[in-house]
Design a protein around this ligand. Structure first.
Ligand code: GLC
Length: 553
């Protein structure tokens, strides 16, 4: 039995233990009725989030954007896209959240801008070698006429990372780099002008009162000198690169940027925080993002991507506490977000599910819904008992599965287009969430429009239906969040218990936590009093794919 201390957190550092709810604005609530969610929609539904019991929200991008990658292609970092409302709507939302004791984190997308950003438009008009081009990564092509891209890097969304432009005089010209879509040119972060611009962007939102930033692609901003060729070991490693040293992921230079930002945030009162989105293959590497003078949190993706196997889950929890503990940081647990298959479906998949590979009508091996939901509820029951911070993704509190039958003509993820339909992409986890079973668009708006079609059977998952059912996933989340607060489980130490190979079992103070991943029921003995169960069961034997919190008499 080992005891793992997860730092005794100074009370003011709220991000060490906070439960943060991700809002994907286009799919949360749509006040304007145009079929795409917006900021007034968020404001209108804040009461339900307060009632759920979360500490903070993170909003995916709502800044001015042509929406080529659902807002992760920003054209103006200091304004709200009209699709989502106005800066005044943002201020109203922020004040309304703060009035309810909910902190607000916004998404910052610094690796690349939209190709419609004024800087990129200026770069296209300027000459090779000009200061305008130097804000992005422009290079001459190889070959006699520069017709071969400068290197062989593959885009995360499929295809190459380089696009050739036509120079202002009409001749075929230089190439520019984009790790993602061609509409998302990468900035050159070795350029001081870029750095200064983003300090300004940080200050713009900090001055408005945000509590922090989720930093998009926080491992990609610096590229290796000379941009050497690189071939990933497999397509599934497109976001992390396995164990290799990848010339565009996790380069040492990114850490200087975060040290700089750390100082900017520290100028402000109120404990502002940075959370990195860094897809790194190991926990050791991941923990580098949260050294004391860098970011405050970074998503624990190795945990998220661990399959439903007791030994593996125990292992990743143990290693996480150890590696993050070494740098004095909390682990930031997460099971779902807008880039991966929802965990109510993913945990019932047998094969690997790399980022970007959604499930579609033609996929083989669809996950079983009941198995997925049981596992998801058990996994969340474990996660919310772990020391550290946790992120929830909108809709998971309803037990929403991945939408697997979206007709092709509605698909919007660039991955779908860039791979000519080979990969379904991420639309299946982005469908607008259901609020009321009998309302138009399930209460997402009043017009019935929805940018992605909502599955017919989703009335079962509507919030009002789950509200009325004490056995629902929604009530499970509320109970877990309430009890987590009551027992102060966000901080402190974890002691492993040995309940056999197929169990995940540990103690948090007086609270015992167990999940049974084996085929047989797991008997706990008759001296237990249950605090809560992932799904109701009688007696003291935990059924397969169930979890519980309990005390011992
Ligand atoms: C991050 C975002 C993802 C986006 C990509 C490019 O991974 O989470 O949604 O497509 O960055 O910005």
């Amino acid at each position: 039995m080992t005891e793992l201390e997860q730092f005794a957190a100074p009370g003011s550092e709220w991000w060490r233990s906070a439960v943060i709810y991700q809002i994907y604005p286009r799919s949360f609530a749509d006040a304007s009725g145009d079929g795409i969610g917006d900021l007034p929609g968020v404001t209108s539904r804040l009461d339900s989030l307060q009632d759920l019991g979360i500490d903070a929200i993170w909003l995916s991008p709502f800044m001015t954007s042509p929406q080529k990658d659902a807002g992760y292609d920003v054209a103006d970092y200091r304004d709200v896209d009209p699709l989502f409302g106005t800066l005044a709507d943002f201020d109203t939302m922020l004040a309304a959240a703060h009035a309810r004791g909910i902190r607000v984190i916004v998404d910052l997308v610094p690796n690349h801008s939209s190709d419609q950003h004024v800087w990129f438009q200026q770069a296209l008009k300027a000459a090779p070698g000009s200061p305008e081009r130097a804000r992005y990564i422009f290079r001459d092509g190889k070959g006699e006429n520069g017709e071969i891209p400068p290197n062989n890097w593959e885009s995360v969304f499929g295809g190459g990372q380089w696009t050739r432009i036509t120079e202002p005089d009409g001749t075929p010209g230089q190439w520019y780099l984009h790790i993602f879509d061609p509409s998302q040119p990468d900035f050159d972060w070795t350029n001081e002008e870029v750095r200064e611009e983003f300090r300004g962007v940080l200050r713009f939102w900090l001055d408005r009162g945000v509590d922090g930033f989720r930093v998009d692609v926080a491992h990609g901003m610096i590229k290796a000198d000379g941009l050497p060729d690189y071939t990933p070991p497999s397509e599934s490693d497109s976001m992390g690169g396995g164990e290799d040293d990848v010339p565009y992921w996790g380069q040492e230079g990114v850490h200087d940027i975060y040290r700089d930002w750390h100082k900017v945030l520290a100028e402000y009162d109120g404990d502002r925080a940075l959370c990195g989105e860094a897809w790194l293959p190991t926990l050791k590497k991941t923990a580098l993002w949260v050294r004391p003078d860098e970011m405050h949190q970074t998503f624990n993706f190795p945990y998220m991507m661990t399959e439903w196997d007791a030994e593996k889950v125990r292992g990743v929890i143990r290693d996480s506490l150890e590696e993050f503990g070494k740098v004095g940081a909390p682990s930031t647990w997460v099971l779902s977000n807008h880039d991966v298959i929802r965990h109510a479906s993913r945990l019932a998949l047998t094969a690997d599910s790399p980022q970007g590979d959604g499930i579609g009508p033609k996929s083989a091996g669809k996950p079983d819904e009941a198995t997925g939901l049981a596992r998801a509820r058990a996994a969340t029951t474990i996660m919310l008992a772990l020391p550290g911070s946790s992120y929830l993704y909108q809709g998971e509190e309803l037990g929403l599965p991945e939408a697997m039958e979206i007709p092709d003509e509605f698909r919007q993820d660039p991955t779908w287009f860039r791979t000519n339909g080979e990969r379904y992409g991420r639309d299946g986890c982005r469908v607008p969430i259901p609020w009321e079973a009998d309302a138009a668009a399930y209460g997402f708006n009043t017009t019935g429009d929805s940018w992605l079609p909502q599955p017919e059977e989703w009335s079962r998952f509507a919030r009002d239906v789950e509200e009325a059912d004490p056995a629902s996933t929604l009530h499970m989340y509320k109970t877990l969040l309430g009890m987590r607060r009551e027992f102060e489980l966000g901080n402190g130490s974890l002691v492993w218990e040995d309940l056999g190979e197929s169990a995940i079992a540990f103690r948090r103070g007086d609270v015992y936590v167990v999940a049974n991943l084996g085929a047989e029921p797991l008997e706990l003995g008759d001296d237990v009093t249950f605090i809560t169960q992932s799904q109701r069961f009688d007696g003291t034997a935990v059924p397969t794919d169930h979890a519980a919190w309990y005390t011992k008499n």
